[in-house]
Design a protein around this ligand. Sequence first.
Ligand SMILES: Nc1ncnc2c1ncn2[C@@H]1O[C@H](COP(=O)(O)OP(=O)(O)OP(=O)(O)O)[C@@H](O)[C@H]1O
Ligand SMILES: [Mg+2]
Length: 359
Amino acid sequence: MSKANSKKTRFSKISLRTAIPGGLGCAISTAILFVYFADLPTQTLLLVTLISFMISTLVIYAISKQLHQSRVKTLEIISKNISRKRFEDYEDIELNQRDELDYLIAQSVRSSRKIEKELQRMNKIENYRKEFIGDISHELKTPIFAIQGFIETLLNGALEDEEVNKLFLKKAMRNVNRLTYLTKDLMEISRLETGELKSNLQDIYLRDLILDVVESLQYKSQKEEVEIRVTEFDKNLQVRADRNQIKQVLINLIENGIKYNRAGGNVEIGIKKFKKDRDRIVVYTKDSGIGIEEKDIPRVTERFFRVDKSRSREKGGTGLGLSIVKHIIEAHGESLFIESSRGGTMFSFTLSKVNHVFV
Ligand SMILES: Nc1ncnc2c1ncn2[C@@H]1O[C@H](COP(=O)(O)OP(=O)(O)OP(=O)(O)O)[C@@H](O)[C@H]1O
Ligand SMILES: [Mg+2]
């Protein structure tokens, strides 16, 4: 802000507009005084009045300019900076006159800060949008090209061979399914990330919810020869959460436990005490699967991240499951933890208890 004072001082219209009426007032007062107390000839009276007008106008102009000029300049600099999208902290501005101009300067500084924050927020959204679109088009390409390849091969003659055409149609169908899951997950994640999907908190019986989810995944687990176990805990335990969203979290975690496992393996679901906060409990899923390397653990909740892309694709994974889990848990104000070793992986998350059932 030093520029405000270093620039050459300029003619001030505001000061002149204050000075002229002030000067006129002084001149009229002087004239009235001289008419009453000194019997001057008219010409001298006019001269004295004129001199009084000029001197008082000059004095008032100088004082007013001293008071306003640098602050008007400050306002000008702030507004020019805003229009050039330059945001300074303006911490060295001294506002000790507490008049309308000071108020305007303070207000402009506040506006500048608000606009800066809003622009940063919009840039972030814009970057997120670009990244998101880039990721989506990349992910859509793979199944679309695969479907295109199968159809082309069929049209080029493979249609005649019943064995081949069935196989190719099955493969094309698998990719169509992949596109369906992808679009469903993408819609969900974009609604979660933009904050459009609000959590509808209710009191839920946790055990019922877990058993519900496990039942819906029975077919998958049997197909992959992975056993799902639910540990014993009080069926009266209630948590405060969005039923559908927590169901989604459990489905994604248990599905991963099945997918990244071996035939004959298992996934255990249970609850534990949360030592840091007695009003919360921890829900966990622990599998005997392939594990996640330590360096990859912080990345698995990133959108589209897969440790082994070909394995995930083969199993129909898009790399959005854990990203959705993280968003839902954070939207609940809860925490997600991941531990993994060669012996398997444990995902756990906190939930708020409604009642004081012993855990
Ligand atoms: N239980 C687990 N054991 C080993 N690796 C896992 C486990 N859960 C997740 N991963 C790894 O983390 C990656 C990301 O998981 P995420 O659930 O987000 O995606 P996905 O399972 O590939 O696809 P999606 O869930 O969207 O169908 C997986 O691709 C896998 O490499
Ligand atoms: Mg998954």
